[in-house]
Ligand binder design. Structure first.
Ligand code: PLP
Length: 341
């Protein structure tokens, strides 16, 4: 099957309209000049629009669509204390009138008052999510099972959304984003050398990879690991998810998955010097805010490649800005300590 057949197969799925689409593709003139090239383009998925936006909103269009089609009264999802996914899920649930339960794992070793109160957590609470705190992934599953039984015994129907919304259904949001980006690149007469973005639960990269594999198989897509110590495990997860996503659309996935592990630092949710430098550079040159957990690390990888002479100065490189800036206030102490203020 062809790339053109993707759009009609996407249109078959139940859908909640949550995002402002298409998001802009903007040329980052001052950032590109500051680095001496390549020509950097920002795909602004931080501007999807729902409660400060971000990449999860695209996945949630399909996931919330399925929840409503199944007659759910509640959604339940998972994340770290400063999860962007939980914030966007809470907002999506509020918008369509579903109750939201959030199981938040205290997996990031940051204990500051800001981390424990502000940023995404403050927003989850304002958006009406009921938050449950647990120590790790297995405790999160146990708590989820308990909440689902308790709610169902009261007559509720709970639609469970895994970490990051990264099911094959959720990843369809990024197949569509891939189609959207291909059309925008053609419109701007770009043939980029590389597309880069942050990768964690894998749905963004899997969906993009499925679309690009059919439309532009020569194009290089690089996910920057912000999540797993074991980079081979992340690659295998994304490959599995890309295969499942493609089969949901009746196509085969024949592409390969590339992960950059250079910016991982000491762990998930822990910013690095290079990440904070990238956040400052993009803020000062473009007036665009990246985040300390994902997009800052992904931009640090792009900057390291640019400085390492990987591209010609007139090559085009697309950076997918996946959002995340609402966590900046929660990281005020860490960013200050790394020289960001
Ligand atoms: C969740 C998230 C990512 C990673 O997307 P996945 O689809 O989970 O791999 C990247 N950036 C931000 C800001 C995120 O919140």
């Amino acid at each position: 099957m062809s790339f053109e057949s993707l759009t009609p197969s996407l249109a078959d799925k139940p859908r909640a309209r949550l995002a402002n689409l298409p998001t802009p593709l903007e040329f980052a003139a001052r950032l590109s000049a500051r680095l001496g090239g390549p020509r950097i383009w920002l795909k602004r998925d931080d501007l999807t629009g729902l409660a400060f936006g971000g990449n999860k909103t695209r996945k949630l269009e399909f996931l919330i669509g399925a929840a409503r089609a199944e007659g759910a009264t509640h959604v339940l999802t998972f994340g770290a204390v400063q999860s962007n996914h939980v914030r966007q899920t809470a907002a999506a649930a509020a918008k369509v009138g579903l109750a939201c339960e959030a199981i938040l794992s205290e997996v990031v070793p940051i204990e500051s008052a800001a981390y424990r109160r502000s940023g995404n957590l403050q927003l989850d609470r304002l958006l009406g999510a009921r938050c449950w705190f647990v120590s790790d992934a297995s405790a999160a599953q146990a708590q989820a099972n308990q909440r689902v039984s308790a709610l169902e015994s009261q007559g509720a129907r709970v639609y469970v959304i895994p970490v990051g919304g990264s099911t094959a259904l959720g990843a369809l949001g990024y197949v569509e984003a891939g189609c959207e980006l291909v059309a925008q690149m053609a419109g701007a007469a770009l043939s980029p050398a590389t597309i880069m973005h942050a990768s964690s639960s894998g749905g963004t990269q899997a969906g993009m990879a499925v679309a690009l594999d059919l439309a532009e198989p020569e194009l290089r897509l690089v996910g920057v690991n912000a999540y797993q110590h074991d980079v081979t495990a992340l690659k295998a997860d994304v490959e599995r998810l890309a295969t499942a996503t493609a089969s949901l659309l009746g196509v085969a996935f024949a592409g390969s998955i590339e992960i950059d592990h250079t910016q991982f630092g000491s762990g998930y949710g822990i910013p690095t010097h290079a990440c904070v430098e990238a956040i400052r550079l993009v803020a000062e040159t473009e007036g665009v805010l990246l985040d300390p957990v994902y997009s800052g690390k992904a931009m640090a990888a792009l900057i390291a490649r640019a400085r390492g002479g990987m591209w010609r100065s007139d090559d085009d490189v697309v950076f997918i800005h996946t959002g995340g800036a609402p966590s900046l206030p929660a990281y005020v102490d860490e960013i200050e300590a790394l020289g960001g203020l």
